[in-house]
Design a protein around this ligand. Structure first.
Ligand code: TYD
Length: 402
């Protein structure tokens, strides 16, 4: 469905930032290379009124978040550690106890909530995707198979803490998401959310993080008016290194907590997100990344036969691959450790997803790291490619071969 109005403030006049063409949903992996994908417009626009970056075409939520959602939070050691540190920090900071109620929205396979097991009175994971919800349940995390939002008619206990990590962007009904959070959050409770910071997306040319599952791309300046509208106040904010640079926001009912100075500091840093010039420059840089990689590929085909593979069947990889129109003739295979992904094919490009062991059988001369946010973890893991002179490649924010 094409959008004309901003999903945060209802203003009209959305301006194009980057048009990535028609693409299949990034996580809709194919069981066979002969399967047919659905293609939808993928266009980033900017709201002149509130600055929210968003897609102007909504693929229905049910088509994107099916029962077989293949992303499992527990797959990355770094993310598991990130969740553990957050849980300890927030437990202490908010003074949570064994009497506390903690909800996580889109808690996936329960990786984060597992850190509170035995330390809270009640835990609930609101997770609409069956594959990961079942995994969470089987590991003892109470899970409700529903998406958070206006459809939630009642809850068991008012939460002292609601956590939404990398999930707000996944809801096309952003206003409903915030409204529901304000409705159920306990009076003295806190809502925390993490999301990739739009400032980094723009400044570091992370255009591959644009895909249909991400309906919105957040900055503090866009969220504050939306939260205020629903009686919530963002009282603190922190910068995090995750996903190419994220923000963690803390919100409470308006007036319940004092707003820290960090909020103003971050707003100040976001000043350029109000200028269209910022977005024109971003678009130019995105096209340069594309040209650089095309040049790299053209150069490879002139060399002695060279095998280029990829690693990490990340959603962001598909935006990159499909915008460049790459195929299995360009990238022989992509390695991944997720059992639900191995044996499938990337949508659009139809590149096969293989296990790490299978990837090594290709003896790749180059391994393109698609989830560049995990570069360190991946290069350490795959150092064995050095044995035959293999090199790693990252394409964003600029081409690097190392
Ligand atoms: P992710 O970071 O979730 O990116 P996106 O949000 O764009 O999907 O995806 C990382 C992918 O890489 C995921 O399929 C898991 C895979 N992966 C491995 O297979 N092994 C690893 O060591 C790491 C870090 C990731």
């Amino acid at each position: 469905m094409k959008r004309i109005y901003c999903r945060a403030c209802n203003a009209c006049g959305l301006q194009e930032v980057l048009n990535l063409g028609r693409q299949p949903p990034s996580n809709a992996l194919l069981a066979s290379p002969k399967d047919k994908e659905n293609y939808y417009p993928l266009r980033l626009v900017h709201c002149r009124a509130c600055s929210l970056l968003q897609l102007d075409y909504d693929v229905p939520h049910d088509e994107l978040f099916t029962g077989a959602y293949p992303y499992y939070s527990g797959q990355s050691k770094q993310w598991v550690e990130h969740c553990r540190q957050y849980a300890d920090m927030i437990y202490q900071r908010l003074g949570l106890t064994k009497e506390s109620t903690i909800y996580e929205i889109g808690g996936n396979d329960g990786t984060l909530l597992a850190n509170f097991a035995g330390r809270a009175f009640f835990l609930a994971n609101y997770e609409p995707s069956d594959s990961v919800a079942d995994h969470a349940r089987s590991h003892g995390i109470p899970t409700v198979s529903k998406a958070w939002g206006r459809g939630i008619e009642q809850i068991a206990y008012p939460p002292d803490l609601i956590i939404a990590n990398n999930v707000m962007a996944h809801d096309p009904d952003l206003q409903g998401f915030v409204e529901t959070t304000a409705k159920y959050l306990n009076r003295g409770g806190t809502f925390t959310a993490e999301f990739p910071w739009a400032k980094n997306l723009i400044e570091q040319t992370q255009f591959d993080t644009i895909y249909h599952e991400h309906y919105s791309y957040f900055s503090l300046r866009a969220l504050i008016p939306l939260f205020t509208e629903h009686g919530l106040s963002i009282y603190d904010v922190e910068k995090l290194p995750t996903h190419g640079g994220s923000l963690r926001i803390y919100a409470s009912h308006t007036g319940a907590r004092e707003v820290t100075k960090h909020v103003n500091d971050v707003l100040h840093e976001e000043a350029d997100l109000g200028k269209m010039e910022t977005y024109w420059k971003f678009r130019e840089r995105a096209y340069s990344v594309r040209t650089e990689f095309e040049t790299f590929l053209a150069h490879l085909s002139n060399e002695y036969p060279v095998t280029l593979c990829a690693y990490g069947a990340a959603a962001k990889g598909n935006t990159f691959i499909n915008w460049l129109g790459l195929r299995a003739s360009d990238i022989a295979a992509v390695g991944d450790t997720t059992p639900a992904k191995i044996g499938k094919f990337l949508p659009g490009s139809r590149i096969p997803i293989v296990s790490e062991a299978q990837l090594m059988q290709y003896r790749p001369d180059y391994v393109l790291i698609l989830p560049w946010n995990w570069t360190q973890e991946i290069t350490e893991k795959l150092h064995c490619i050095r044995a035959w002179g293999g090199q790693f490649v990252t394409a964003i924010p600029e081409l690097k071969v190392f």
